[in-house]
Design a protein around this ligand. Structure first.
Ligand code: PDD
Length: 280
């Protein structure tokens, strides 16, 4: 693979980041994952806007403009012949001369920028036809989940807890209500109505979520933005998740209980189809 590191396109084995980089030492960084379908970026503008917001919230500067970022994305797609998969982008607060909790002066320490491609079967992912199973776990993340930081230890632990329990993923629960999945937004469908948690600092404002809710409304489907419990989800007609790496993916089991008929729901599959059609 050819990757991008601080201004250069290099073979991945030659890419270098300092051991003093604050992304590495402090998880002081933000990221985005933009999917690629038929060699084209899906909703780059949405990801760029959220990136700018994450940077602003953390008082961090981007080393390049959004137009330059778009160019880098396109160049990586070209250099790696990527037709389907995603582009991972990470900006960290750079590498000061030593480890220090205080932020370095941005005039002296530029932020680091890294991007790489990941080839993946998105449109024909097997999980879309089988559905996935999730377990519920406590949401032990920090309180600013609206910022897409690289602090992914707890979500990684959640994935491992799911694996250990024989499930595919975990939905996190706070004050009795589902926040979101380890790396996706969570939904249920009841009586034809699509229910997903309202936006706040408690969840990541998914770019796929925004598109799917817009498409649902355009297709005259009813949408309600509110939290739901695991018990309500287990009794729902359908459940699903959304993210740039899964698109719309049906959930068929929650904490061992079958959702609906235990197979991908009609509305989830329809939304998946509409979303993929629009993204192509
Ligand atoms: N994750 N919620 C969380 C906690 C996430 O990490 C993600 C994305 C989402 C969905 O956001 P979007 O629709 O913009 O991808 C929701 C990415 C894909 C990841 O960490 O790989």
């Amino acid at each position: 693979r050819t990757v991008y590191v601080n201004g250069d396109y290099v073979p991945e084995a030659e890419a270098k980041i300092s051991v003093f980089d604050r992304g590495f030492l402090m998880a002081d960084g933000v990221y985005e994952v933009t999917s690629v379908l038929d060699g084209k970026l899906v909703d780059f503008d949405g990801h760029a806007k959220r990136l700018e917001r994450s940077l602003t919230e953390l008082d961090m500067a981007s080393p390049v403009t959004i137009d330059e970022l778009l160019e880098i994305h396109r160049e990586l797609v070209r250099l790696n012949d990527l037709t389907e998969g995603g582009i991972y982008l990470q900006i960290t607060r750079g590498a000061p001369v030593d480890r220090d909790f205080a932020f370095p002066d941005p005039a002296e320490v530029p932020s680091s920028l890294v991007l790489f491609t990941q080839s993946k079967n998105l449109a024909n992912a097997p999980a879309a036809t089988t559905g996935i199973s999730v377990i519920s776990i406590d949401d032990l993340r920090w309180a600013r989940r609206d910022i897409k930081t690289v602090q992914l230890l707890y979500p990684s632990m959640g994935k491992m807890m799911a694996k250990k329990a024989g499930a595919d993923d975990a939905w996190m629960v706070e004050d009795g209500v589902v926040t979101e999945g380890t790396s996706n937004n969570a939904y249920i469908v009841k009586g034809g109505k699509i229910i997903t948690r309202q936006l706040s600092n408690d969840i990541l404002h998914g770019i796929t979520r925004a598109a799917v809710l817009r498409l649902a409304k355009e297709a005259q489907m009813e949408v309600e933005e509110r939290g739901f419990t695991i018990a309500e989800a287990q009794e729902a007609d359908e459940a699903f998740i959304t993210s740039a790496t899964t698109f719309v993916q049906p959930v068929v089991k929650i904490d061992g209980e079958t959702v609906g008929e235990g197979k991908p729901g009609r509305i989830a599959l329809r939304l998946r189809e509409i979303y993929i059609d629009e993204s192509r």
